[in-house]
Design a protein around this ligand. Structure first.
Ligand SMILES: *[C@@H]1O[C@H](CO)[C@@H](O)[C@H](O)[C@H]1NC(C)=O
Ligand SMILES: *[C@@H]1O[C@H](CO)[C@@H](O)[C@H](O)[C@H]1NC(C)=O
Ligand SMILES: *[C@@H]1O[C@H](CO)[C@@H](O)[C@H](O)[C@H]1NC(C)=O
Ligand SMILES: *[C@@H]1O[C@H](CO)[C@@H](O)[C@H](O)[C@H]1NC(C)=O
Ligand SMILES: *[C@@H]1O[C@H](CO)[C@@H](O)[C@H](O)[C@H]1NC(C)=O
Ligand SMILES: *[C@@H]1O[C@H](CO)[C@@H](O)[C@H](O)[C@H]1NC(C)=O
Ligand SMILES: *[C@@H]1O[C@H](CO)[C@@H](O)[C@H](O)[C@H]1NC(C)=O
Ligand SMILES: *[C@@H]1O[C@H](CO)[C@@H](O)[C@H](O)[C@H]1NC(C)=O
Ligand SMILES: CC(=O)N[C@H]1CO[C@H](CO)[C@@H](O)[C@@H]1O
Length: 777
């Protein structure tokens, strides 16, 4: 009796619990993280702390309890993150003191490759060329990296020779799964992790795939951190390749790690990223490196952009990946004028390999395969298994050994996320008994672009164009004879002008910025193709490509500038990087775009390729303060509430003649509206940052205009007597170009304004110009 009552009670309890969890599960389906932006000063008196106010708001819109509050923000943003349903979000938005309720969006790290590279072999470069000159410096600058975490055991993070942790550092080394305070040192001075938004949007973190700690299960964060500020690792002889040095841009800078992106795909929820940025600023970082990309939406929809503004206000330089959605136009991300937006280009390093077809045609490719001895292997029969899409791509299990045994197999590489990586394709050809593999990428990855991979099997990576020619050769022989090919794998690494570089990567996102057409983006390009850096797990170093790899190069160089010029604002550092960048390659030709193999335009490369040496001494800078960005946004008619997301209080836009084109940006983007060819006028102010030794420093302007346009600068000469003297000039753009028809679409012209130091220095201060004639509609 007692037993059956107990049983009945238990069944009832079980039923009740099931009903509860069912209800909860249903609710969870429709709830996701939101960021609630607040005006702090409107906190009612009776709440002692803001958290109490926020919790009370939550309990008013939601029956569930306060654990729905994921984060409170108090540094870069004001407000909090919470899991809400749409109805609750709407209710929240109309509450007193609330500025905006924005869904926290889910984004991804900006790498082109997937963690399938984990467990695959790696290789090494010889010297990183031009970059190696800056092996010192950056001491005591702290670079915060917001990414997938860190693999602290990598040699790149050894702290030999570094002094004590800077005393201003307020961060910490959080413990967690396979990570504790002993994993931080004088190189990795802090590490934290942020998962509440991810866990509430995507899924519970799977602890067999991920570490509930700052430890990197993906590899991306380790790669970017070591690129920005990895220690010099000499004699890294990997897999028989030429031994060399792997090092970050600022090898003496300190790293602070903020893990907010999670394996397997490297996804990051904005509520976590914002919390990571807040902690980074409070901890005392000088530079923030964010290799995360998303859609190009205006700042008020983008929490990262708002947090980046707060960081800039506190003097922290923020660099971010331009995105990997090129080569189509208007595919950028992170385009706010207070962010430094970095595109990707190739470097002058190659792993040469070649292919000799039966018809004697020779193709040059690339292969980081350790077994090559430079001897010609073959000829072997050559096949392209066009039976299915999977066999064309040599996906796992798709190749019939009867068709490919002892043959060289041609495989396609697509951008498609379902496609496998080139090293995986090589594994499949090996499984099916092939003699070798050729991988050719699809056209969107660049007609001429070659990606290097670290292969465990004889394989060559070729461009799209070469792949097409090989396919037609195979086709042409199909009726009469057998196609054959022989491979020559050198196992060498070559560095220098035998490889034309830099070339803009096809995948690198292109301008114009949809959100801010009057700001030219990206700001610059930096190395982002076949970059060798540290990785996670059993893999020491790998080659990886993406604007994710380009961004930390700029972060590291910014750390070097900051070390030399500690008082410079983030805008001054960006200006130094932009106006000193170069636009000719290592063969003295214009930098090309890998899509067309023609000269790249500023929508692909911004101001040009970053040049660390010149950036240290730029001569003049175009400086900006936070108020300049506010004036800019006011001129674009953003609302009071939207601007308050940045200012954190309601302000009135000043009545002024400031126009968007007057933002003191180090480049120019001029838009002619349909039917209006009136002259456009922009104003700029330069600050002399060059040493004034004896006498005056004199600069003279020169202008390049596209056909049909007159660009005039007034005045044309500046004389500076002191360091930090300022001077203002006015540029007038007059156009004879008619409005393009709708079928022609928007048209562009390109030019530049340069200030050359003709007395007291030798600097060249270059600004690219983009003109856009909008089509009538
Ligand atoms: C940290 O973890 C390591 C193992 O990875 C262990 O040897 C060490 O004792 C731990 N240190 C602390 C302070 O817990
Ligand atoms: C976690 O990942 C492992 C390996 O992929 C998988 O087998 C397991 O089902 C996952 N667990 C959950 C809870 O998703
Ligand atoms: C094969 O791929 C092409 C483009 O890559 C696609 O259009 C087609 O639908 C695919 N076919 C199958 C059967 O999946
Ligand atoms: C091969 O040739 C046939 C007929 O000549 C053509 O239809 C096919 O598209 C060709 N395939 C390739 C890959 O060039
Ligand atoms: C091969 O033979 C097929 C069928 O006989 C024919 O359609 C095709 O054009 C031939 N291709 C070449 C390259 O001769
Ligand atoms: C490559 O570099 C060498 C030595 O620095 C130089 O002599 C040669 O002219 C360069 N070649 C090109 C094509 O610029
Ligand atoms: C902003 O609003 C003013 C007044 O309504 C208008 O004249 C101006 O063209 C607007 N500017 C932009 C960029 O939309
Ligand atoms: C034409 O463009 C100029 C320069 O931007 C602007 O000042 C003027 O108001 C525009 N005129 C019309 C009719 O929109
Ligand atoms: C499970 C879940 O809530 N997913 C949401 C995560 O956030 C994105 C917005 O970025 C939503 O589209 C998803 O529905």
């Amino acid at each position: 009796m007692a037993n059956s009552a107990l049983a009945g009670f238990l069944i009832l309890l079980l039923f009740f619990m099931c009903a509860m969890s069912l209800g909860k599960a249903e609710e969870e389906d429709i709830r996701k993280p939101y960021i609630i932006h607040m005006i702090k000063s409107m906190k009612p008196q009776h709440f002692y702390l803001h958290q109490h106010w926020y919790a009370s708001m939550l309990s008013q819109v939601s029956e569930s309890n306060a654990n729905e509050l994921l984060y409170t923000y108090d540094t870069l943003l004001h407000g909090f993150a919470a899991r809400l349903s749409e109805a609750e979000a709407d209710a929240m938005e109309s509450m007193e003191g609330c500025l905006a309720v924005v869904p926290s969006s889910l984004n991804k790290v900006a790498t082109t490759h997937t963690p399938e590279f984990l467990g695959l072999s790696s290789s090494s470069s010889s010297s990183p060329g031009l970059w190696s000159q800056y092996s010192t410096g950056g001491e005591d600058i702290i670079v915060g990296v917001i990414d997938t975490g860190i693999w602290p055991e990598s040699k790149s993070f050894n702290d030999a020779g570094l002094g004590p942790v800077p005393s201003r550092w307020k961060g910490t080394c959080e413990s967690g799964q396979a990570f504790n305070s002993s994993h931080c040192n004088r190189k990795i001075i802090g590490a934290r992790y942020f998962y509440k938004g991810f866990q509430n949007n995507v899924s519970k973190i799977n602890e067999t795939l991920e570490y509930m700690s700052p430890r990197d299960a993906h590899g991306h964060g380790t790669h970017t951190a070591s690129t920005a500020a990895g220690a010099a690792v000499t004699g890294a002889s990997l897999l028989g390749f030429a031994s060399g040095t792997a090092r970050g841009m600022a090898p003496h800078a300190r790293l602070a790690i903020y893990k907010a992106c999670w394996a397997p795909e490297g996804r990051c929820d904005d509520s976590d990223v914002a919390a990571a940025m807040e902690h980074a600023i409070a901890d005392g970082v000088d530079i923030l490196s964010i290799s995360i990309s998303s859609e190009d939406v205006p700042f008020h929809m983008n929490i990262r952009a708002i947090a980046a503004f707060g960081a800039t206000e506190k003097g922290v330089f923020v660099s971010a990946a331009a995105g990997n959605r090129g080569p189509l136009s208007s595919t950028l991300s992170n385009t706010e004028p207070w962010i430094t937006t970095v595109g990707a280009s190739s470097i002058d390093r190659d792993f040469p390999a070649s292919l000799v077809l039966g018809n004697q045609e020779i193709y040059r490719g690339t292969s980081a395969f350790k077994g090559g001895d430079g001897k010609l292997q073959g000829p072997f029969p050559l096949v392209y298994v066009s039976a299915s899409n999977s066999s064309k791509r040599c996906l796992d299990g798709s190749l019939d050994p009867n068709l490919v045994k002892d043959k060289i197999v041609l495989c396609d590489q697509l951008i498609d996320p379902d496609d496998s990586s080139a090293p995986e394709k090589a594994n499949e050809v090996a499984r099916a008994g092939g003699a070798g593999m050729i991988v050719a990428n699809e056209e969107l990855l660049g007609a001429q672009q070659q990606f290097s991979y670290t292969f465990k099997f004889p394989a060559i990576s070729l461009s799209f164009k070469a792949g097409e020619k090989i396919k037609s050769y195979i086709n042409s022989t199909s009726n009469t004879s057998t196609a054959t090919a022989a491979m020559r794998l050198t196992g060498l690494t070559i560095v220098g002008n035998a490889t034309a570089a830099p070339i803009v990567a096809a995948f690198s996102s292109r301008g114009p910025s949809e959100a801010y057409p009057s700001v030219l983006k990206p700001d610059m390009i930096a190395p982002g193709v076949n970059i060798l850096a540290a990785y996670a797990g059993s893999v020491d170093y790998i080659l990886d490509s993406g604007t994710s790899m380009a961004c930390p190069h700029v972060s590291g160089i910014a750390a070097l500038i900051k070390a030399i010029h500690p008082t410079w604002s983030p805008a001054a550092i960006k200006s130094a990087l932009m106006t000193s960048s170069y636009i000719v390659d290592n063969r003295k030709q214009e930098i090309r775009d890998s899509v067309t193999m023609e000269a790249a335009n500023p929508f692909a490369m911004g101001s040009g390729h970053v040049d660390p040496r010149s950036a240290m001494d730029p001569g003049l800078v175009y400086d900006m303060a936070p108020q300049d960005y506010i004036d800019f946004l006011c001129s674009l008619n953003y609302t009071k509430k939207q601007i308050a997301l940045l200012t954190k209080r309601l302000i009135s836009c000043p009545k002024s003649s400031f126009e968007a084109g007057d933002l003191n940006y180090p480049s120019f983007s001029v838009v002619f509206k349909p039917g209006n060819n009136s002259a456009q006028v922009s104003r700029r102010t330069v600050t002399n940052v060059g040493a004034v030794a004896k006498g005056n420093v004199v600069y003279r302007a020169s202008v390049k205009s596209p056909p049909g346009v007159s660009i005039t600068v007034e005045p044309q000469t500046f004389v500076f007597r002191n360091l930090y003297d300022k001077a203002t000039y006015i540029v007038k753009f007059e156009s004879n170009i008619r409005t393009p028809s709708p079928s022609e679409g928007d048209q562009n012209g390109f030019g530049e304004i340069s200030w050359t130091c003709i007395e007291g220095g030798r600097q060249l201060v270059r600004s690219p110009i983009v003109l856009t004639w909008q089509a009538s509609n």
